[in-house]
Design a protein around this ligand. Structure first.
Ligand code: C5P
Length: 228
């Protein structure tokens, strides 16, 4: 199916301990954000892509993708959900309709493969709700008390890590995010807003290496991986 994309990229990424937001750090000769956009640009189903950026972001204009006619810039917001909502508003101005699919993808997830993207699009094309790429957890999980001692071992067979892209209908996503924000519900991904609205997003198993660059070692790992 055809689809729109929103890339929230207005966070500071303090865990990277770098001099700039993590999506502007170099990876294999370009910035992380350019690689991330490349996962979508050129896809035959792409209708348009919006990047939500901090208003004082000085790095974006120097990227070549800033001049791509399929790419537009929206204002970032206080929380990730605000940044996504601002991106959706711009998509509405660009002609997005309530039933159109929107994919929201983290700016710092540059290792999405075309196969994973197409698997998500195909699996959810006729789904009434939508869903997200996800990966079953590998490690044994413990629930701990405030003293750092184990309270119990959690059944990991039913636990997944939520990745992106997350794919929902434009109208439903906008309503869920706006509603959850208005009620001050903690929203760390788009699926949690849909869950708050009473929907059950579908999990589509994806590759574990579609990781979000969070710590310096993640970047080193990916750099090595792409070299070999
Ligand atoms: O902090 P975390 O890595 O979970 O952020 C996920 C994504 O949300 C990042 O791409 C970040 O730039 C974005 N974000 C945003 N606006 C905020 C906070 C985070 O666009 N206010």
């Amino acid at each position: 199916p055809s689809f729109w994309v929103v890339i929230p990229a207005a966070g500071v990424g303090s865990r990277m301990r770098a001099d700039r937001p993590k999506q502007y750090l170099p990876l294999a000769g370009r910035t992380i954000l350019e690689h991330t956009l490349d996962c979508f640009l050129g896809h035959p189903g792409l209708r348009g892509l919006v990047v939500s950026l901090a208003s004082d972001d000085p790095w974006w204009p120097s990227l070549s993708c800033a001049r791509d006619p399929q790419v537009r810039r929206a204002e970032g917001g206080a929380e990730r959900a605000d940044s996504v909502l601002n991106g959706l508003r711009l998509l509405g101005e660009l002609g997005a309709r309530a039933d159109d699919w929107v994919l929201v993808h983290d700016a710092a997830r540059p290792n999405l493969t075309p196969e994973d993207l197409d698997r998500l699009l195909t699996a959810l094309a006729d789904d009434p709700v939508g869903g997200l790429l996800a990966v079953p957890v590998r490690d044994t999980l413990k629930r701990a008390g405030p003293d750092g001692r184990v309270l119990e071992t959690v059944d990991r067979s039913v636990i997944w890590q939520a990745y992106t892209p997350q794919m929902f209908r434009f109208g439903a996503l906008q309503a869920a995010l706006a509603g959850a924000l208005a009620e001050r519900v903690a929203i760390t991904d788009e699926a949690s807003a849909l869950e708050w609205a009473g929907q059950s997003p579908r999990l589509i198993e994806g590759r574990a290496d579609n990781l979000k660059i969070t710590r310096p070692e993640d970047l080193q790992w990916l750099e090595q991986r792409w070299k070999s």
